[in-house]
Design a protein around this ligand. Structure first.
Ligand code: MGD
Ligand code: MGD
Ligand code: SF4
Ligand code: MO
Length: 704
């Protein structure tokens, strides 16, 4: 770290804040050491990690220098060169172009593409601007690539996007099933909690369902290397197995659910015979039966799932096929059990609270419900409210390419690298009349195509809240002074909104935005004039906080109530009352007919592409790339495949190989040993145009 390039610490005192990487949401403390450097340690008080940190969290101090930082607004001139301009010039350009496009082509001709790495306050403001003032729902987020299947699955089953379990449930469980999750690398502190428990409580079993033999499998009692895309068969088979062996919870099904018979009939139709399921999923029959038996005989089971479930053309059905098994056994809303969507980004959950997806409204309300639109618009006193879903991420970039969207503002995400069919994004941005990017780093693949770069405050400088996988809201606090001219994302959005002539964006800090967000969550929530419709997401206990109270806010899980003695109380577990958000208060079984996902392999494209993460890098590496410690684990991109496939396709370990699909191509070094079955390859997602010459795997990925 270059010391001269280090931003100034705000104070010598220690600041408690939250790690900006994964959805575990660990607490960290940052302090100024005697040698003038910043020290970052695990926060022993924080209930997500009790002081522990993984390698990425431990290396945070190495990433707060100003090397490569975007510190001033920049605008591209007629020759295509970036020129530093004043904030006024940059903001005026964004606001006037957005206003002009809207005036000429209507509100759907502009778009925001945002991120689960924004703070809740930033996210809330972006969503408010788009849906309540511009009047379009053309705001989507990188959570579309991440959690959106889980969101949709939860809404279908529970009537609301609810994660019923908390981390403590992992500790209370007797069986943990991880589906499509490499938690050892991607949620390391959660995984360490499981590992520690297994030491002290050998009866705890871990079953991992993943086509790859990942680091997570090293701790597993059983690994089912399912064929990619076949999870619905597996869980439908489990549903059948449970139902026909008398292991369903008939009282729970009768009292709290709808649709069991239909869902079971669909599961039975193709998945009642374990031998058939084993053949389709390409797993050993005895292993399959062992899994079914373990699930059947263990009351306390948590089924954690992540991208191997969500990122699929049948992702939502995968989610519901898992939830169906929990509903059939009544294993939900009780300690030590439940379906557990493990969130990816630090604030994926916060983004869902504010309704950051193109088909959602704020505070867990729905765009397609007139009453919800009325509630939100009435609360905002806004001139309009979007009344139809906006374009989802991939469709949004298609619309840009086709010229239907003429101005886009990208915040805290790098779609040129991370979207599937990433070359489409490139073509789209090259054509777009105005591309605005708010980022903390100057040189990213996306910024290279932006017309206006807006410097945002980075972790350590910005202030606000994030919500982790177990619904726990924690403060991210600033411990560094704002470098250069960087501003908070919320502030940048408010400035543009005001220049577009909108009232409703005059906040004197993140605490004021949080208060509005909290009040909206409680607004007409469950009141008689809404027919008693209740939203579980309710922060009534957190309303009315002034700056001091907000600054002092301790981590707390929503929903949050205020008790009669004035104290506030969070909620470890939702759905304990088995009252679901659907109008009749019951959960729904969703019939999940198994389908072969996406484009199947064929003669021209005989391999399945599997993509994911490595332990020490974060996404497109704009931050973890700064740490020499982190870069040393895996220094370059790779294509992992089975040695026999390497032989078949004439590539050698250590040599370069090119993989291509209908959408694009990339090159990386061949390696073995990643536990990948025959017929597929694994490529990490992190490398991009800044860190390698031709290793953008997003270009190869099917945008289905
Ligand atoms: N080190 C690190 N940690 C991170 C991140 C990071 O960039 N780096 N990013 C964070 C984010 S945003 C996210 S979303 C999470 C992601 O967390 P994970 O989902 O755990 O991460 P991936 O590496 O994508 O692993 C997905 C796994 O699903 C498997 N899989 C693929 N297809 C299928 C299938 O059809 N069925 C099943 N059952 N499994 C399948 C893959 O083999 C892979 O092991 O990680 C978070 N944590
Ligand atoms: N093939 C394939 N593609 C994938 C995935 C996969 O598994 N396979 N996973 C998908 C998933 S789950 C995810 S979450 C996405 C992640 O993909 P991205 O969101 O594109 O990844 P990041 O590199 O985290 O991008 C964040 C950007 O925001 C900037 N930034 C950091 N902090 C701030 C801030 O405070 N304010 C602002 N304005 N900018 C900031 C960073 O410098 C960086 O440029 O990738 C998706 N793409
Ligand atoms: S587990 Fe996630 S939140 Fe915790 S330190 Fe590691 S990256 Fe940060
Ligand atoms: Mo993600």
């Amino acid at each position: 770290m270059n010391l001269a390039q280090t931003p100034l610490a705000l104070a010598v005192a220690t600041t408690s804040t939250t790690c900006p990487y994964c959805g575990v949401g660990c607490g960290v403390t940052a302090s100024l050491k005697e040698d003038g450097r910043i020290g970052v340690q695990g926060d022993v008080q924080h209930p997500a990690n009790f002081g522990r940190l993984c390698v990425k969290g431990s290396a945070l101090a190495e990433t707060v220098d100003l090397d490569g930082r975007l510190l001033h607004p920049q605008v591209r001139d007629a020759q295509g060169a970036l020129q530093q301009v004043s904030w006024d010039q940059a903001l005026d350009q964004v606001a006037s172009k957005f206003s002009a496009v809207i005036a000429e082509h209507g509100p759907d001709a502009v778009a925001l593409y945002v991120s689960g790495q924004l703070l809740t306050e930033d996210y809330y403001i972006a969503n408010k601007l788009m849906k309540g003032y511009i009047g379009s729902a053309n705001i989507d987020t990188n959570s579309r690539l991440c959690m959106s299947s889980a969101v949709a699955g939860h809404k279908r089953a529970f009537g609301e996007d609810l994660v019923p379990v908390c981390y403590e449930d992992l500790e209370l469980a007797d069986l943990i099933v991880l589906v499509g999750s490499n938690a050892a690398w991607c949620h390391p502190i959660l995984f360490q909690r499981i590992a520690k428990l297994k030491e002290t409580r050998p009866a705890l079993r871990l079953i991992v369902i993943d086509p790859r033999r990942t680091a997570t499998c090293e701790l597993a009692d059983l690994h089912l290397p399912v064929k990619a895309g076949t999870d619905v068969w597996l869980f439908n088979g489990l549903m059948s197995y449970l139902a026909h062996r008398g292991l369903r919870d008939n009282a729970f099904i009768a009292a709290h659910t709808n649709g069991f018979d239909e869902a079971l009939a669909v599961a039975d139709a193709e998945c009642a015979d374990p031998a058939t399921v084993a053949r389709i999923c390409k797993v050993d029959l005895q292993d399959l039966l062992d899994f079914y038996e373990a699930f059947a005989e263990t009351e306390k089971v948590v089924t954690g799932f992540s991208m191997g479930v969500n990122q699929s053309s049948v992702g939502t059905d995968k989610v519901n096929s898992i939830i169906n098994c929990h509903l059939a056994t009544g294993r939900i809303g009780k300690p030590g059990m439940g379906p557990f969507s493990i969130t990816g980004q630090p604030n994926a959950m916060g983004g869902r609270e504010v309704g950051g997806l193109a088909n959602m409204l704020a505070a867990h309300m729905d765009l397609d419900q007139p009453l919800h639109r009325e509630i939100v618009q009435g609360f905002w006193q806004s001139p309009c409210i979007a009344d139809k879903p906006g374009l989802k991420a991939v469709d949004m970039f298609r619309a840009i390419e086709e010229g239907r969207i003429k101005a886009v503002w990208i915040m805290a995400t790098n779609p040129l690298v991370s979207l599937p069919d990433a070359d489409l994004v490139q073509r789209a941005l090259q054509k777009c009349e105005l591309v605005v990017s708010s980022d903390v780093i100057t040189q990213t693949d996306t910024n290279a195509l932006a017309h206006v770069l807006l410097p945002a405050l980075a972790w350590g400088e910005k202030d606000g809240t994030v919500t982790n996988s177990e619904r726990r809201i924690s403060r991210q606090r600033a411990f560094l002074t704002a470098p250069g001219e960087a501003r908070g994302d919320w502030q940048i959005i408010c400035e543009v909104a005001q220049r577009m002539g909108f009232a409703g964006f005059d906040f004197d800090g993140p605490h004021a935005i949080f208060d509005e967000h909290a009040r909206l969550s409680a607004h007409r929530n469950g009141e008689a004039d809404t027919g008693g419709a209740r939203r579980v997401f309710n922060l009534s206990g957190l309303t009315g906080m002034d700056k001091a109270a907000y600054d002092a806010l301790a981590p707390i899980q929503w929903p949050v109530q205020r008790l009669s003695d004035g104290s506030i109380s969070g909620t470890a577990r939702v759905l304990e009352d088995h009252r679901f958000t659907h109008a009749d208060g019951r959960a729904r079984f969703v019939p999940t007919a198994p389908r072969t996902p996406g484009h199947a392999v064929c003669e021209d494209y005989p391999l399945i592409l599997n993509t994911g993460r490595v332990r020490d890098h974060w996404h497109t590496m704009t931050r973890t790339g700064k740490s020499a410690t982190l870069a040393s684990h895996i220094p370059e991109s790779f294509i992992d495949l089975h040695p026999q496939d390497a032989l078949l396709y004439g590539v050698r370990e250590g040599g370069l190989a090119r993989i291509s699909s209908r959408w694009g191509a990339m090159v990386a070094r061949v390696q073995h040993g990643g536990g990948i079955p025959r017929g597929s390859v694994f490529v990490p997602i992190h490398w991009n145009g800044q860190s390698a010459s031709d290793a953008r795997v997003g270009a190869v990925v099917n945008p289905v």
